[in-house]
Design a protein around this ligand. Structure first.
Ligand SMILES: [Zn+2]
Length: 140
């Protein structure tokens, strides 16, 4: 008998995050099992699989609420590291005074990170992108 990776796993809905327990999905027999889900990565356009095992782990152990995946694993990792760097720039920014903001030496790097970040998601800080671009223009 050959080993075939299971693509259908029984859900333990009692372990779902509380927010989902109140949703219609909780009652829906369609969600009694996890199935491998194929999708195309929005960033690199490669085929990716959100495996039934991953879905179970994310919902029942990590208690995450997902309604689908848009990025493959490698792209998601890059997305997350950009997100972390941008969060760090935002933290540094709060420590600047009005006059030091214009001379902060990470502005160009921050703007470049935002510009790369937005190729992964629509949820980025457009206002900050605009502000950084203007700061760079003014200080050239
Ligand atoms: Zn990708």
């Amino acid at each position: 008998m050959s080993e075939i990776k299971p693509n259908k796993i029984k859900a333990n809905k009692d372990l779902w995050p509380e927010a989902v327990k109140n949703s219609h999905d909780f009652q829906d027999p369609l969600f009694d099992y996890y199935y491998d889900i194929q999708y195309m990565c929005r960033k690199c356009k490669k085929e990716a699989v959100w495996s039934a095992e991953q879905q179970k782990h994310e919902a029942e152990v990590l208690k995450k609420v997902y309604y689908g995946k848009v990025l493959c694993e490698p792209c998601y990792k890059k997305y997350n590291s950009l997100k972390g760097r941008i969060r760090e720039y935002e933290r540094l920014w709060l420590l600047e005074t009005e006059s030091s903001k214009a001379h902060a030496e990470y502005i160009a790097k921050w703007l470049a990170d935002i510009q790369e970040f937005k190729t992964y998601t629509d949820k980025y800080n457009r206002g900050m992108e605009h502000k950084l671009r203007r700061l760079l223009e003014v200080n050239q």
